[in-house]
Design a protein around this ligand. Structure first.
Ligand code: ADP
Ligand code: MG
Ligand code: ZN
Length: 474
């Protein structure tokens, strides 16, 4: 029998706020354990939470970025459970009235355009982190109370690859929107994968199994692929799948059972009595709507169309938004923007990597790239000299024209001067000169190379070729 996989992702993303969700403690990575804590985030008796306005703003913004509705009413619920890293013994979340609902994310999967529906993106708070030492354990509560957005998809994903590309798209959308840095190594993105399989064509969904503990997007892909194969094998052998939570073991490349899945009623959800529901006003939402930026995929398509760039170039500029902005600046008013793309990708990017700097720290403005291209096109400098000029621009920030002037790099297009170079080259190399005269056209390139060398790259190569041929034939 043929089977198909059904996958839904629940992705937790840490919001890029200065402070935590309900108190003024810093939302900061890497501080000493239990230094960013206070009575509120430690859940001491008698404290009251105060919502973080910036977290609410970023949540609404995310809603718009993910094509969601942002309803006029959202409320807070307590999810109750006991665990050492959970100081209040409940987690504040949004059960039945989340801040954003029903959207979609579009992305490319190979050549195909895919879309995954978003069920909801709701706000919750993070818990602490347990550490296990040789003979004791400890908990760091610095992360407790940090705002998290849980982004839940509909079960629209059908393969590990698709899950992987969805996650990459989500990450770049959230980075573009300034919502989260999505740094997985800092634990800013965590993802639970829900998987079931069913005979191809069957409407009813199979038994859902949730997988936790992936620490990279490629880990999610591998875990999904493993789990799909495992579930199919169980069914093919006549076995039964039960709803459960499994743990991904990245080293072993397998999942194993953690627990059978608890139901919502196990958590005894109830509305938080300390917090008012959130009723975003139309005006507030309108100002946030204005902040919605061009999404990565839309940008890619625009770059390809507006500047006639190939996919690969557009991908580079979408992947590195600052570099893309720089390219767009440089391409302004150019007839052939592809040339600017070549400079930015082949030369500038390489230099940035080599010197470990970023495009925002550049000493020269983007228009200088256009000027440099103009000098080559106008025949003032050769493309080889342009490389030298570029290196100097990068080092000193001087304009291309100034550099050419100061270093005397102007291309020699004076035929008198060039003729002298050509005659010298012919005299010094009688062999190749004879070869050319007797019909070996390739010998001309050797002579041309000698002239370019003698002129330190400044001779106009086209004129040199013409002059050499004229002298030798004449
Ligand atoms: P729970 O209440 O157990 O968290 P939800 O209905 O909230 O379950 O769904 C959680 C995630 O699991 C969602 O992303 C959803 O799309 C996905 N999902 C639900 N049912 C299935 C299924 N049968 N197979 C795969 N994924 C599923
Ligand atoms: Mg859930
Ligand atoms: Zn605090």
């Amino acid at each position: 029998m043929e089977y198909e996989a059904v996958i839904g992702l629940e992705t937790h993303v840490q919001l890029k706020t200065c402070t935590k969700m309900w108190c003024g403690c810093a939302n900061e990575y890497g501080a000493d354990a239990n230094t960013n804590v206070c009575p509120v985030c430690l859940g001491l008796p008698g404290v009251l939470p105060v919502p973080n306005a910036e977290a609410l703003r970023l949540t609404a913004l995310t809603g718009f970025l993910l094509n969601c509705d942002v309803p006029g009413y959202a409320k807070w619920d307590r999810k109750n459970y006991f665990y050492p890293d959970n100081p209040k013994n409940y987690q504040l979340t949004q059960l039945d009235f989340p801040s954003t609902i029903t959207g979609f994310v579009e992305f490319e999967l190979g050549e195909e355009l895919e879309s995954v529906r978003i069920n909801r993106a709701h706000l919750e708070e993070d818990v602490g982190k347990s550490f296990h030492f040789a003979d004791y354990s400890g908990v760091d509560f610095n992360r407790a109370g940090v705002p998290l957005l849980e982004i839940v998809t509909e079960p629209d994903i059908t393969s590990g690859d698709m899950a992987y590309e969805y996650l990459n798209a989500l990450k770049s959308i959230l980075e573009y929107g300034g919502v989260s840095d999505c740094d997985m190594e800092k634990g800013q993105v965590r993802c639970d994968v829900n998987i079931s399989v069913r005979p191809k064509g069957q409407q009813e969904l199979g038994e859902k199994i949730e997988i936790k503990n992936m620490n990279s997007f490629s880990g999610v892909r591998r875990a999904a692929e493993y789990e799909i194969a495992r579930q199919i094998e169980v069914l093919e052998e006549g076995g039964q799948l039960v709803q459960e939570t499994r743990r991904w073991d990245d080293d072993a490349g397998i999942t194993d059972s953690m627990r059978t899945k608890e139901d919502a009623h196990d958590y005894r959800y109830f509305p938080d009595p300390d917090l008012m529901p959130h009723r975003p006003s139309e005006e507030w939402l309108a100002t946030i709507r204005e902040e919605v930026v061009e999404l990565p995929l839309a940008r890619k398509r625009r770059l390809m169309e507006q500047y006639e760039l190939p996919t690969g170039d557009a991908d580079v500029f979408v992947g590195d938004a600052a570099l893309g902005n720089y390219f767009e600046e440089a391409a302004k008013g150019l007839n052939n923007p592809k040339q600017a793309a070549n400079w930015v990708i082949n030369n500038l990017q390489a230099k940035l990597v080599e010197t470990e700097t970023s495009v925002v720290n550049l000493k020269f403005p983007a228009v200088a790239i256009g000027e440099l291209i103009g000098l080559v096109e106008g025949g003032q400098i050769s493309s080889k000299i342009a490389q030298e000029v570029f290196a100097e621009m990068f080092a000193s920030g001087k304009s291309p024209a100034t550099i050419v002037e100061e270093k005397g790099l102007s291309q020699v297009s004076d035929s008198g001067e060039l003729e002298a170079f050509c005659r010298e080259a012919i005299e010094a190399n009688p062999g190749p000169a004879d070869d050319f005269r007797s019909g070996k056209e390739a010998a001309l390139n050797f002579l041309k190379g000698q002239v370019m060398k003698a002129s330190r790259g400044k001779a106009n190569p086209q004129m040199v070729g013409e002059l050499l041929a004229k002298i030798l034939n004449g």
